[in-house]
Ligand binder design. Structure first.
Ligand code: GLA
Length: 405
């Protein structure tokens, strides 16, 4: 973290403590967990495949303190609303309310036999909501980190990640993979993580010197997002069932080569074939991308990002006109290394790798071109690769990070 950013974050820490005191009348400890951007490896995590996310500078912050009751009182700054969750009656279906994330995490921690105590939480989410930068994983991890610290509980970090993922399945109704929660917990400053979603073993790959990560927010979120996401998962599962008739050893699309898929193409409904082809080729691209980034072969990096976007657009059908327009706008800008949609799709953001000395001009030009194409004013953010979840000191340094496993 550079000194200017640290000063800003220290200011944020002071403000949060002050707000907490105003709201709950006591002092608090401060925790944060970052959002993420995925460089490549999209819709592969729930197929036991490879992903390559980066934790970003935007985080969800939680100020918290034990409250000697049997309840969690959580106040969201963004929604300006307080909810009270009784530790003995957390079960229930998704309600669509922001507190479902908190409820799911607390429930998961209790199920894992952690002695979570009643606590007051002030939640300040900085990750743009609904923009595909994992504001939900950031909220889950920040909550889980705070509650464990306050309760003197400490699960292995990977268990915390799984509890947060499960909270989303059970309390929110989104059958997400493990990528977002994993990187929010284990993110490493200056690095992307090449994560094998089967073994859950990450390899840290440094972001090369002189390469900047620029996120372009299309500012649209199409309604279909969560329903279509679950449908894509179901399509992949159907693909596996078909392949298992010929290849009984196959457990997930991770185990399938393009040659296997082509050999049995006639057994697939057209849509399922295309879904599987995206996953199989994306897994290969992700591993090639990690190699190319390590070697500093930025031409290959850019080509693989372009191919990933095209595969998500044409085979997986999770892009949308605005994401395509943003990628096309970036293609005309000086300094671009590579651009593609990032996250689940149907809106949200693109991720761009840009030569650092061109970042400012790039941001202006891409925003202007996108506006010309869509009449929508985008947001463009430049981010470093940040550290995963942890407690924060007064000077905004992290007390303890469980980034290294
Ligand atoms: C969402 C999910 C992730 C992952 C991506 C697509 O962000 O939460 O688990 O599946 O979509 O790569």
């Amino acid at each position: 973290m550079n000194p200017a950013t640290r000063a800003l974050e220290a200011n944020r820490t002071d403000k949060l403590r002050e707000m907490f005191r105003e709201h709950f009348g006591t002092s608090a400890r401060i925790f944060r967990a970052p959002g993420r951007v995925n460089l490549i490896g999209e819709h592969t995590d729930y197929n036991d495949g490879f992903v390559m996310p980066v934790a970003i500078d935007f985080a969800t912050w939680v100020a918290g303190c034990a409250n000697e009751t049997n309840s969690i009182r959580a106040h969201s700054r963004q929604y300006n609303e307080t909810v009270t969750l009784n530790l003995d009656s957390l079960e229930g279906p998704p309600t669509g309310h922001w507190s479902d994330f908190v409820r799911g995490v607390v429930y998961g921690l209790l199920q894992a036999e952690q002695k979570i105590v009643g606590a007051d939480l002030l939640i300040d989410g900085q990750v743009p909501l609904g923009s595909g930068l994992s504001s939900s994983a950031a909220l889950e991890l920040a909550t889980a980190t705070a509650l464990q610290a306050i309760s003197h509980a400490q699960l292995p970090a990977i268990e915390t990640v799984k509890i947060c993922q499960n909270a989303e399945h059970t309390f929110v109704g989104a059958r997400c993979g493990i990528m977002d929660q994993f990187i929010s917990q284990f993110g490493q400053a200056g690095h992307a993580l090449l994560l094998d979603c089967r073994s859950l073993e990450p390899i840290a790959v440094p972001i090369p010197h002189g390469v900047e990560i620029v996120i372009c927010n299309t500012m649209v979120k199409h309604e279909l997002a969560s329903g279509e996401y679950n449908r894509r998962r179901a399509d992949c599962e159907e693909g596996i069932r078909i392949l298992q008739n010929f290849l009984p050893g196959v457990r997930a699309l991770r185990d399938v080569s393009l040659a296997d898929l082509e050999a049995h193409r006639t057994s697939f409904p057209e849509r399922i074939y295309h879904r599987c082809r995206h996953v199989v080729t994306e897994n290969a691209r992700t591993q090639q991308f990690a190699d190319a980034l390590t070697r500093g072969d930025l031409l290959t990096v850019g080509r693989l990002m372009a191919e990933s976007h095209e595969s998500l657009r044409a085979d997986y059908e999770v892009s949308c006109p605005e994401l395509d327009a943003m990628v096309q706008s970036a293609a005309h800008c000086e300094g671009l290394i590579g651009a593609r949609m990032t996250g689940g799709g149907f809106g949200g953001c693109t991720v761009n790798l840009v030569h650092a000395d061109c970042t400012e001009a790039f941001a202006k030009r891409v925003a202007a071109d996108y506006f010309r194409a869509t009449t929508i004013e985008p947001c463009v953010y430049s981010t470093t690769a940040a550290q995963g979840a942890g407690e924060v000191n007064d000077d905004a340094t992290q007390v303890r990070s469980r980034g290294a496993r």
